[in-house]
Every structure is written in structure tokens, then in C-alpha cells.
Design a protein around this ligand. Structure first.
Ligand code: SIN
Length: 280
């Protein structure tokens, strides 16, 4: 396995050093899979992947889930474009969320590759949903274990989107969001890879606790959200050319910072299929 090193990050996740992802051996793949299960979030630096190598890499971890709402790369439909042009004001992912919780079988995770970066800014922030449970009392955790929550894509990507003016033409296929049957997921899941408990609600796509109204759900959700993003718990990942982040949607949230007005940022995202979270 050579000199592959795993260095935990402040707040959440770990950086994996000493690996060339384009030529990863099976032993190295197993080590990366183990780190991904342990940390829910791994970073790589100084990689030089072509689009096809990005796809090949993703396929070594699972089957690709083609995003229905973001524009696809013109030559590689497996790659979703996460782009902010210099003259656009809003960005994609500019709030705490986890991808695809609006699906019955939410996506496992995403591999995000930096392609064009601003001079400064444009970091992605991450928090761990294992850590999010740490600050909660045993009593609150017991209550949360008894709850389920309804998630949806309609208010974000559908025809009644609350973010219509924010997407600046980058989101397509509203009908697909309108047609989705809103899924119900446990509020605390048993993570399918690590076996650990993780909080599974998020500000982007969770609407309300099952059997509660949105208004009734809000105070408790807000409390959970505030604790989850306590400053000391945030990993602030600074992108450089060749950087890659590979996160697990069931173990983390992320938030793309929008602090580089007037500059362009282009990221390529491949998302991987997940599984039913009610099983455990
Ligand atoms: C996303 O939410 O997937 C985008 C993250 C980023 O652009 O940093």
C-alpha cells in the first residue's frame, strides 16, 4: 500500500495523502473505502484527473446517480456541473444541506473535483452528522430515535421553488421534482457503512417531522441545526487546483461559500447511488 497516510481534519473528515487516484491499487481502494466509512468525508490534493478518470474513479465506489436538476457536462452526462459564472450572484449549494435526501434511497455520496477556482474564497464547509449527535442529551436522542421526517425537493427544484430567482437558470427539470413522492426517513439513522448513529435531517430538504406540522417542527429542527454547525465542528475546506472532496451524504452536510463575487468557479460533481435508510 506504500505510504498512504490518513490525516484527520479539524472539525470533520480526513485528508488522504500519498495516493494517485488515477492509478489506485485495489489495496489502496480498500483503505480509502475504510477511511470513507470511518470519517464520512475524505479529501485528496494534487490529483490530475480527466473527466473520464473522474467517472472511472466513481465507478470503483458504486453506480453513478445522474443528477436530474443540474446541467450535465456536455460530453460526460455522468458529471453534474456546479458552476458559478463571473456575472452570476448566487451559487449552487450555498446553504447547509445534504444531497438527495429527497429521494426514497438517498445518494450515498458525491465526488467533487475542482476545475476552475476563484483567486480566493469559494471554500466548502462540512460538518459531521455523527458529531451532531454528540452534544445532545440522552433524553433528546431517545426522542429523536422515535421520530421520522418528511423530505422534499419541490420547494427547491420544483415549479413552486422558493429559490426561483436564486438559481439563475442553472436548474432544470422542475416536473421531475414535482412528481417525486416525498420520502420519509428516520431522524436518526444507523449508518449503512459505519454502523454508527447519525442525525439525518438537514436545512435544505427536510420539511417536517412526520405527523407534525412545519410550524411545530421548526423550533426543534432549528435547535438541531444550530448545534450541528457550531463553529468548532466545521471543517472549512480550501480548494486548490487538483483538490477533490468525497463526502457521504448520510454522515455529513456541506455548504458552498459564496464569497468570490465577480470571479468564476467550476466544479464537477459525480454522485453515487445509495440505499434505503429505514433498514437498520
Ligand atoms: C454542492 O452542494 O454539491 C456544491 C459544493 C461546492 O460547490 O462546493
Amino acid at each position: 500500500m506504500g505510504d498512504l497516510t490518513i490525516r484527520p481534519h479539524q472539525g470533520a473528515g480526513a485528508e488522504i495523502l500519498g495516493i494517485d487516484l488515477a492509478a489506485m491499487t485495489d489495496n489502496e481502494l480498500n483503505a480509502v473505502k475504510q477511511a470513507y466509512a470511518d470519517y464520512g468525508l475524505v479529501f485528496f490534493r494534487d490529483q490530475n484527473l480527466t473527466e473520464q478518470q473522474h467517472i472511472n474513479l466513481a465507478q470503483r465506489f458504486g453506480s453513478i446517480n445522474i443528477n436530474r436538476f443540474f446541467s450535465a457536462n456536455s460530453q460526460f452526462p455522468e458529471i453534474a456541473m456546479v458552476t458559478k459564472e463571473a456575472d452570476q450572484e448566487t451559487n449552487i449549494g450555498g446553504g447547509w444541506h445534504t444531497d438527495h435526501s429527497y429521494d426514497q434511497e438517498p445518494a450515498m455520496g458525491s465526488i467533487l473535483v475542482a476545475r476552475d477556482l476563484p483567486q480566493s474564497g469559494g471554500d466548502t464547509w462540512f460538518v459531521s452528522m455523527y458529531n451532531a449527535l454528540d452534544d445532545l442529551s440522552p433524553g433528546l436522542r431517545a426522542t429523536l430515535r422515535s421520530l421520522q421526517a418528511v423530505h422534499s425537493a419541490k420547494h427547491v427544484f420544483g415549479s413552486s421553488s422558493e429559490y426561483e430567482d436564486l438559481t439563475e437558470g442553472r436548474v432544470t427539470n422542475k416536473a421531475a421534482a414535482d412528481e417525486l413522492v416525498d420520502p420519509i426517513h428516520p431522524v436518526i439513522i444507523r449508518h449503512p457503512l459505519s454502523g454508527k448513529e447519525a442525525l439525518y435531517v438537514n436545512p435544505g430538504f427536510t420539511r417536517h417531522f412526520l405527523g407534525w406540522t412545519i410550524e411545530e417542527s421548526e423550533p426543534l429542527m432549528e435547535l438541531l441545526y444550530q448545534k450541528a454547525v457550531a463553529e468548532a465542528r466545521i471543517c472549512k475546506f480550501q480548494w486548490q487546483p487538483g483538490s477533490i472532496a468525497f463526502w457521504d451524504n448520510r454522515a455529513t452536510w456541506h455548504f458552498a461559500q459564496n464569497d468570490y463575487q465577480g470571479q468564476r468557479r467550476e466544479m464537477h460533481r459525480i454522485t453515487l447511488d445509495g440505499c434505503d435508510l429505514n433498514a437498520a
